[in-house]
Design a protein around this ligand. Structure first.
Ligand SMILES: CN(C)CCSCc1cc(N)cc2c(=O)[nH]c(N)nc12
Ligand SMILES: [Zn+2]
Length: 375
């Protein structure tokens, strides 16, 4: 079957597992490693598509669970699909809804067929199956659809994780069989297995037999310590095909994006940069700036002296602090523009360092200035 997604390996770093690549999709190319802004409900909050293009966003994410509940995937389909509906003509990846449904905690019941859950909006009862998740994503028309999976919480015992992972693999096969538009919409399998090496190996082995055009590492960034996350990655990434995109679900801080890339990850996403921006926290080359802090009251310098984004070229910390202090929408907009630009530019610089084979020097220079980013 002719996959709509093709991964092109351009260059490997000689000193790390980082690699320069290009993902060819029906809506254009994606240079990797890449950070993907999240637009859960068909909008990257506070950003217009033109502003996203201005900061070189190449692909955005949206979400099956949320769009199924509102406005309904039928309405998006009638609008001509998500690209048309939200006026975004570059690639879109949609998550399958598994993670969101499992985040509902005791508002959901799971069985072999799927998951019964109560809407977080009005408490209404719904039942989502792998087939339903793919039906919704087919209606949305995303270029990359995620298989319907269970993201187990941390910590979980080995027996539960094994049963869950094996069900996730059976669901992945059902997703593949349910795809009504395989020539235009690719499905990525999601490797689960918790923090257990044998289960991660089994999950990867069984999903690779299904021959998806790309694979994600799921079930991480769920509260586990950073060293465990990196350990799991260190033995999981080598199990993933070298000629297909590798997507890490749920990472969006500068240090994590660098650490993931040097371990061979090509794609990552997280709501963090846009979420903390709306709360007045910005990422800069010298670490975090909490703009509401009174110390910025008369600081007429930009958020980040090294940044060339619209917010940093035209406004001062004092002005943006004022906007947050009086709850003006422009504050969120400027902080969001900056945070997304910061991460997208960081990945551009990282790609350049792979091109010039100086990734470890790039990483060292980054940490020298940066000093860590705790949330
Ligand atoms: C739009 N984004 C916020 C959603 C993509 S990231 C959501 C997400 C995050 C994490 N950490 C793990 C998992 C996981 O194991 N499975 C799925 N389907 N999604 C996941
Ligand atoms: Zn900036």
């Amino acid at each position: 079957m002719n996959s709509p997604i093709k991964y092109e390996l351009i260059k490997e770093s000689s000193e790390t597992k980082a690699r320069l690549g290009k993902i060819h999709t029906p809506h254009g190319e994606i240079e990797t490693p890449i950070f993907m802004p999240v637009g859960t409900r068909a909008t990257v909050k506070a950003m217009t598509p033109e502003e996203l293009k201005e900061i070189n966003a190449q692909i955005i994410l949206s979400n099956t669970y949320h769009l199924y509940l509102k406005p309904g995937h039928d309405i998006v389909e009638e609008a001509g699909g998500l690209h048309k509906f939200m006026n975004w003509d570059r690639p879109i990846l949609t998550d399958s809804g598994g993670f969101q449904v499992f985040s509902l905690g005791n508002m959901r019941k799971i069985n072999e067929d799927g998951v019964e859950f109560k809407s977080h909006i009005d408490g209404s009862k719904h039942f989502i199956t792998p087939e339903k998740s793919i039906e919704i994503q087919n209606a949305l028309g995303s270029d990359i659809m995620m298989a319907f999976d269970e993201c187990v919480s941390y910590p979980s015992d080995w027996h539960y994780v094994k049963d869950s992972m094996e069900r996730t693999t059976r669901w992945a096969k059902r997703c593949k069989d349910a795809n009504k538009n395989p020539d235009k919409q690719a499905i990525f399998g999601i490797i689960q297995g918790g923090m257990y090496k044998d289960l991660r190996e089994q999950s990867a082995r069984e999903l690779l037999e299904l021959d998806f055009p790309g694979y994600a590492v799921g079930g991480l960034s769920v509260g586990e310590p950073a060293d465990i996350l990196m350990q799991v990655l260190d033995y999981t990434v080598p199990l993933m095909p070298a000629d297909k995109p590798r997507y890490f679900m749920g990472a969006g801080s500068p240090d994590y994006l660098i650490e993931l890339a040097i371990r061979g990850i090509d794609m990552a996403d997280c709501v963090l940069p846009t979420r903390i921006a709306r709360n007045g926290t910005v990422m800069t080359s010298r670490g975090k700036v909490v703009i509401r802090n009174a110390k910025h009251k008369r600081d007429f310098t930009p958020l980040d002296p090294e940044c060339s984004c619209y917010a940093c070229k035209n406004y001062s910390k004092a002005y943006i602090r004022h906007l947050f202090n009086v709850d003006e929408i422009l504050g969120s907009r400027l902080a969001t523009i900056h945070n997304l630009h910061f991460l997208i530019k960081l990945m551009e610089d990282l790609r350049e360092s792979i091109r010039e084979d100086r990734v470890l020097e790039f990483r060292r220079d980054f940490y020298l200035k940066y000093g860590g980013f705790d949330y």
